[in-house]
Design a protein around this ligand. Structure first.
Ligand code: HEC
Length: 172
């Protein structure tokens, strides 16, 4: 047998062993899928890379409207207060009953600087599998999702008073 053929056999054997190992590992039920336990490092790294690439590739195809439009921001604040605050918090809202048990942990959008609006739009519209992040595109149309994105971008640095005014529509 040529050395190339031998090398091919070794590679094929290794791949087969890995595949069988994977099936046995999954089948054994050893992996804890409970949300009160963390992923192992390797599973987390895989999932994060999968999420980053998947969203990165898909988000490029959308075009953002004017996100500085005040009517958009106000409309977005109402949606946010109704649909998102429990998981993602807001200025002056520092905890909720649902957050401690969520894994992956939802980012605190009152503090996170959402620079990439297209990415945020895609994530809000389509959600993220195996996380608590819903696909809001089933509930909101694209215009309403852009409203929410416009609002979310304003949150870091917003005072609790401004958040109250915007989200309830009451001034003062
Ligand atoms: C039931 C909880 C839950 C609700 C409600 C929810 N989210 Fe999320 N959201 C999550 C989780 C969990 C993640 C993180 C997923 C991950 O890391 O894979 C997330 C991720 C995101 C991200 C990505 C942030 C980043 O750093 O890339 C955005 C943006 C977002 N959510 C916006 C919203 C908006 C806007 C709403 C309301 C319309 C909303 N979410 C409602 C749980 C929630």
């Amino acid at each position: 047998m040529s050395s190339i053929a031998k090398a091919g056999l070794v590679v094929a054997g290794t791949l087969a062993a890995l595949a069988i190992g994977g099936v046995v590992y999954v089948g054994s039920g050893i992996y804890n899928i409970g949300a009160d336990d963390h992923h192992t490092k390797i599973v987390l790294a895989l999932i994060e890379q999968l999420r980053e690439r998947s969203i990165g590739v898909r988000a490029r195809t959308t075009h953002a409207p004017n996100l500085e439009d005040p009517t958009r921001i106000v409309a977005g604040a109402r949606h946010y207060a109704a649909l998102c605050v429990g998981c993602h918090l807001a200025p002056g809202v520092t905890k909720s009953d649902i957050r401690p048990g969520l894994y992956p942990h939802p980012p605190n959008l009152a503090q996170e600087d959402i620079r990439d609006a297209q990415r945020a739009f895609w994530t809000v519209k389509h959600g993220i599998k195996m996380s608590a992040m819903p696909a809001w595109g089933k509930t909101l149309d694209d215009a309403a999702i852009w409203d929410v994105v416009a609002f979310v971008r304003q949150m870091p640095g917003m005072t609790p008073e401004t958040y109250q005014q915007l989200s309830t529509g009451h001034s003062g």
